[in-house]
Design a protein around this ligand. Structure first.
Ligand code: PLP
Length: 368
């Protein structure tokens, strides 16, 4: 008996890659050969970095981190005193009862939502939420429904669906590719009126917004905080009420079956949070944001967060503009689908507390 052979796997990959290339969607990482604050050497060019999420400049300061491994998961033997200190610092800073450390923000979202939502539950999300929040529902048997971006009425319609199980309303606080803010107060009222758990991803607001960088969603039931952006390191935490955190701690497979963050990373993040809590870096970033917004560069939108955009539309045009800016000494990457919706390729410009006025003026001139 001769079984039919499956198609050649290499042709399947080749076809997919050439299709992506035909759409000008192929991504290439540029290699940074050296870094000095916001200055980088990339592809042999010395350029100013205007596309990093290192909003406060803490990530580029360098440190004498020893990358000691935790050796195992928290629940085995990988939980160190440095982890406890970080959890205590996070809770004090963010006014939370408890926190749970995660390998990174993607895993944090995956752990939270895939654990909270199961069969018979409903998860209502903004259409532009981060990919990890949407993907989390793929590994859950809950129903995922999305509402149009920042549409509170749309969210209400979805949340009103019949559901005998748990309801979760989940949103980014600052949307990563647009830089705008979610209507958090309205969404919070909606969630509580429907007895839904309110979950907020604060990846781009912690360190950036709030008088001491504490973000904007302290009233949420559960929040994700990432350490790889304004906190200048790597990793993430879920912060919230004692009960919800304990539930995730006990049942989240993406956290139970994985190695804990290196203790030195936890110590480094704690030190960075203490610096952020002094407020000066966040205030400097706010000054830079207001200054750049006030320059009213044609086509550039933003100001609510450290993320500004210039929508270009066509993929090839966005890549070309980004390359032209790189030659002028400004690194601003082109963001294309599927990261952003079809036909809305863009330049995503991010500001840091480490940028000077002169550097921002020069960027504005180059963008003109
Ligand atoms: C809104 C949002 N959530 C989560 C993440 C994932 O965080 P991390 O980079 O720590 O995995 C990102 C990063 O791209 C993000 O933009």
């Amino acid at each position: 008996m001769s079984a039919e052979l499956p198609p050649d796997w290499s042709s399947r990959f080749r076809d997919a890659l050439s299709h992506t290339a035909s759409l000008h969607r192929t991504r290439r990482a540029r290699t940074v050969t050296s870094r000095d604050g916001v200055w980088c050497e990339v592809d042999g060019l010395r350029v100013l970095n205007f596309c990093s999420n290192d909003y406060l400049g803490l990530g580029a300061r360098g440190s004498s981190l020893s990358m000691d491994g935790a050796g195992s998961a928290h629940m085995v033997s990988g939980h160190f005193v440095e982890h406890d200190a970080l959890i205590a610092e996070l809770c004090d800073w963010l006014g939370a009862e408890d926190a749970l450390l995660c390998g990174n923000g993607f895993v944090g979202n995956l752990a939270a939502l895939s654990t909270l939502c199961g069969r018979g539950d409903l998860c209502v999300q903004d259409r532009l939420n981060h990919a990890s929040m949407l993907d989390a529902l793929r590994s859950s048997e809950a129903l995922l429904v999305r509402y149009p971006h920042n549409d509170v009425l749309g969210a209400a319609q979805q949340l009103l669906r019949e559901c005998a199980g748990l309801k979760v309303l989940a949103t980014d606080s600052v949307f990563s590719m647009d830089g705008d803010l979610a209507p958090l107060v309205e969404l919070r009222s909606l969630a509580s009126s429907q007895k839904a758990l309110f979950y907020v991803d604060e990846a781009h607001s912690v360190g950036v917004l709030g008088a001491h960088g504490e973000g904007v969603a302290g009233f949420a039931d559960l929040r994700l905080v990432t350490f790889g952006k304004a906190l200048g390191s790597y990793g993430a935490a879920l912060v919230g009420g004692r009960e919800v955190i304990e539930y995730i701690r006990q049942y989240a497979r993406p956290l139970l079956f994985t190695t804990a963050l290196p203790p030195s990373v936890a110590a480094h993040v704690t030190a960075n949070i203490r610096e952020i809590r002094r407020g000066e870096l966040t205030a400097k970033l706010a000054e830079n944001r207001a200054y750049f917004a006030g320059l009213n560069v044609p086509g550039v939108q933003g100001g609510e967060s450290a993320i500004f955009t210039r929508i270009v539309g066509d993929n090839a045009d966005a890549v070309q503009l980004s390359s032209q800016l790189l030659e002028k000494g400004f690194w601003i990457s082109a963001i294309r689908p599927p990261t952003v919706p079809e036909g809305s390729a863009r330049l995503r410009i991010t500001l840091s507390a480490a940028h000077t006025r002169d550097q921002i003026d020069a960027l504005a001139e180059a963008l003109q």
